[in-house]
Structure formats: structure tokens, C-alpha cells
Design a protein around this ligand. Sequence first.
Ligand code: HEM
Length: 532
Amino acid sequence: MEGLALILLYLAIPSLFFSAIQQVLSWRKKKAGGEAKFPGPKQFPIVGRVHDLPRFAMWLKFKEWADIHGPIYQTHALSTTFIIISDEKIAEELLVKRGHIYSGRPQIRTLIKHKDGPVYSALMDRHDTWKHQRKWTHAAMVESYKHHFYGHVEMEMKRYLGLLLMDPARFFEYTREYSGRVMSRLAWDDATQGKHNGDSADLTLHCMSVSGPLPNTMTPLWYIPSFINPWYNFEVEREGKLRQWWLNNFGLAKDRMKRGDLPNDTWAYRYFEQIMAANNGSLDQKPEDEAYASCMIGFLNLVGVVTISGPIKFFLMAMALHPEWQEKAQAEIDRVCGDRMPTIADFAELPTVRACLKETVRWRSGVPLGVPHQAERDDEFRGVKIKKDTIILACEWNINRVESKYPDPENFRPERYLEPTWPTFQAPLTRYPNFREGQSMHSFGWGRRTCLGQNIVDDEMFVFGAATLWAFKTGPKVCPRTGKVIPIDTQATNSHVILEPLPYQIDIKPRTPERARTILDNYNDVIGKLRL
Ligand code: HEM
């Protein structure tokens, strides 16, 4: 298979010729005797190792190579050099301490001009547009967190639990819709956009992933002339629709702002208020400024969907597969909350719930490769020259499997955050574990590019975990025909850069008839107040 892939690669793509010329030129530049290099897998001429890098679950290959070549190694794909890091300390040295060098973003082949902006702040290079968007997003997030997202997380949770009670088999789509609705409510006061938000985030992530359009890995395919290039044409249309959708919502919110009808707990309100303050009370802006702002708010709305729906889908899976942890968490919830649904106010009293959530994100990473960084200039690290444009991957899947920090890494062990004998334990348990600080924060990336969503992750995942366990008992699903348990492949994912598990089946039942009644009462209480 490997041989066949190699032959196809050498024969099928004439554009490889250009890569070959590039490579020969770079070899000629090298001095005799060769330079020091990081270890790594054997490289083939021109293609490097592109032929056996799987487009799906690539992190497993990176783990296999890390086990052979160690915590920092290098490989090539066509003319691109990759440095793969599997150790927290090394990632800190390179991506945090030398963050002024290693905080660029590599070109994702089929996304058009994403490094320049203004569409996806997470994928821009480190220039003024990125700085402005990052600063604005950070401030907006901090302000909303001060108010614990104004109760919208709990309101949407009550809706979600009601839907789950009525139609548990649809838990998969309801779960993504829940995180999509929270984000669209916070962005523009329009939770009805939540489902579309989830679907468009999913498509966008597909397009930015190695598992997505073929030119993302076979880059020469991108240079097929645009009038017959299916990937280019698809992308122009997709991004156009996404931007138009963001701009429409921005425009609707602006009209409501003018009418005095836009809630002041939205990110759109915050933006318009700032424009009015700077503009003598006027909301008038140039169309390009509106397009820019609609992307800034639109992207924030997009990035918060699958980043959360992936981990909470894995959480439901983990709870169904680990009844012992489900019961421990439920005993804790019952003791603290009794018959009422938990809220963010119960955070300090429910460490077992938090440990199960934290362990979910370690066990089945939502961003298993991390988000790639790119060297912004030449550098030298541990005696090895690293060239500008080298891509650095701090491979989260591997970092989560370092035995000295995470003993028994392949298994779901929430006690690693609850018992003092484990390396990741932190006291006091009223505060730790959480997703904002302390151990295992590498899940949220590094240095200047660190994730801006930690606050909402902390609130939304906690409320989700505590409330679903308060409401339901989950377990493996039994096939009604064979009477056998339907197996779950816990590693089957869509392989996007920010991923979700593939659909799986579990049994979801209300814990008691009384609990079912409370779930329905809560649903009826909020349903009139929510946009549906
Ligand atoms: C468990 C959930 C999440 C995880 C594991 C996660 C992880 C990450 C990672 C690994 C990065 C890249 C950091 C780097 O390049 O070193 C990132 C960036 C980012 N995240 Fe998250 N994230 C999560 C949820 C969220 C949410 C809910 C939001 C917003 C609502 C968000 C907003 C962002 C933004 C804006 C960036 C780009 C930062 C930049 O490039 O300047 N994330 N996240």
C-alpha cells in the first residue's frame, strides 16, 4: 500500500516537478558535511513522508514516530518541514519563551488568504488585524465571564434537557445545537442561528483540515487553473456564504440597536456601543469596516461551537462507558443540588464532575494535533537550525500520554485530578480542576496564540456535565434484536483539526419519574423566553 501510494505520487502530479526544483536548489545551498538535525523518520526524495501520513487520525502516526524518535523530531511533506513536539517543557521553551519567533500560522492550502485576515482570527499571522481582533475578543470574553454569560448557558441547558427527555435518540444533533445556540445568543441575540452555526462551523473545519480537501495535503493540486479547479471554486462559494451570513446577522443586530431593541448582553451590542462612543452617537461605518467587524464577531460565534460540542459528546460517551464515575458524580450532585438542576453557582461543590470533564479532554483530545504554529524567522534550538516557515506542532495527543505526568494514559482516570498521589492533583478541590488555570492547560495551546475561550469552556462544560448527570442515567445501548451491547469505537472521529466523535449510540433515561417532571417544568419555564 505504501509502495502504491509512493508510485502514484511520483507519477500522477506533474506539479511535483516544481517542488523537486525547489528541493534541489535547497540541497545545493547546504554546506558539505550536513547540519545538525532533529531525529525523525526516514525521508524519501522530494515527497518526504507525505505518502504515509494518514489524512485521518494523523496523531496516531505522530505518536508512533514519537515513540521511536523522541519528544522532538522532524519530518517533511513535499517542501515543508515539520517539527513535532510531544513534551510540555519543550513546547514551552519554543512556543512560549520564544513566542516572538514561533507564533505565525502556516498556510492551509485551500483556505484563501486566511493568513492576512480578516475572516478567521485564529488562522491569521501575527499582524495588526490579528492583534486588534484578539484584543477585542479577549475583552468581550472577560466581560461576559464576569457575569457568567448572563445565565444563557443554564437557559439553553434547560431547553436541551427537555429535548433530550422527549427524543433521546437525537442527542448527537441536540448536543451541537446546544453549543451553537449559546454562541449565537451571545453574539447577536439569535439562538435560532445555533443549528446553522454548528453546521457551518463543521464545514469550515472540514475545509481547514488535513482530512478535508485533497490539496490540503497534496498541495500541488491547488495550482490547477481556477476555472477547472473544483476545490478553489467550492472554497470561494463556501467562504462567500459564510461571510454573507455573518454580515446579515450583523446588519440585523445593527437595525435592532438603532431601534433600542438589542440586548446589552450581546457581543454585537458591545461593538456598536464602542462605535457610537467613538462616532458622536452615530452607527455609520464604511462597508469594509462593517465587513471586518461582522467577521470578528462571526468568527467568535463559530469557534465556540465544535470546540465545545466535541468534548461534551466525548463526555457523554465516557459517562456511558464508566458507570462507576457516573454514579460517583451523581451522588455528589444529589448531595449538593437535590431536586434542582445544577448551575454555575455549584462549581466549587462538584469536583468529581469537573474531574470527569477534565479527564475527558485529556483522554480524547478535541484538538489532538494542536493548532500549528509557524517559525516567523530563522532560529536555532538545541544546536539545530530551524528555518523560517517551519511548522511546529505541539502534538496534544502525545503530550496527554506522557506517562510520568499522566500514569495509565490510555484509560479514563478522573481520579488523577482528585487524589493527592497523582502528579496532576491540585488543591483546593473547590477550585481545581478547571479549564482556566492549573494543570493540563496545554490543551488550550501556547504563548501568544493561547485559546481565548477558556472562560466559556469552564462554564459551559461544567453546566453541561453537571446538569446532564443530574437529569439522566446513561449507559451502553442494547440492540433490541440481538440483545447485545452496541459497541462504541471511542477513537472514531471526523479527524477535523477541531474534532467531534463520529455518531455513536447510547441509552439515555431520566433518573427518576420525579426528575423527568422537573426537567419538563424547567423546559416549560424557559421555552417562552428563548428564541426558537
Ligand atoms: C475545550 C475546548 C477548547 C479547546 C481544547 C481549545 C483549544 C485551542 C487551541 C489548542 C488553540 C490554538 C492555540 C495555539 O495556537 O497555540 C485555540 C485557539 C483559539 N481558541 Fe480555543 N479551544 C477550546 C474552546 C474555545 C472556545 C469555546 C472559544 C471561543 C468561544 C475559543 C476561541 C479560540 C480562539 C479565538 C483561538 C485563536 C487564538 C489565536 O490564534 O490568537 N476556543 N484553542
